[in-house]
Design a protein around this ligand. Sequence first.
Ligand SMILES: [Zn+2]
Length: 167
Amino acid sequence: MNYYSSAEWRRLSRQTKKRDCYQCQVCGDREGDPHTVLNAHHIIPRAKGGPDTLDNLITLCDLCHAVVTPRWLKPWFPDAVKNDREGLERVRVEYLEFLALDPATRLERQAKVWETFGIRRAQSALIQSFSSAPMICSTSASTPASDFAASLSAKVGENSTTSSNVI
Ligand SMILES: [Zn+2]
């Protein structure tokens, strides 16, 4: 059976999203934001021996997931794949470097980046994330990070704007 259909994966995926307060750990989009679908993602890919543990999993929205996962590039950015492969690759490297940071540094950077988009993560989440303590997630209204999505689309080529807005 495909691992991603297994009960174990469903459980891990649920736990990852809960720990990350149902928020994309790159752009800050939250569950419930327009067009946002959250996925758990292996930081070190399974194919490269990355373990199926919470430490190696991170919550990403569909769009950010598409950037870090080569096989998702085509459906999301067909024009960029054809016309601006290099631009796409630069964005990809940037994302992968960010994901490889240690969790504390990553959280610090996220908080700064998200603030520029007016997104504030619950203070409790910042403090408790990646600790073994139970998470208390923010229940405040979600704020779409559409500016980020727009700047990302601009980065990977303006032709991809249309596809990145379609789910
Ligand atoms: Zn995202």
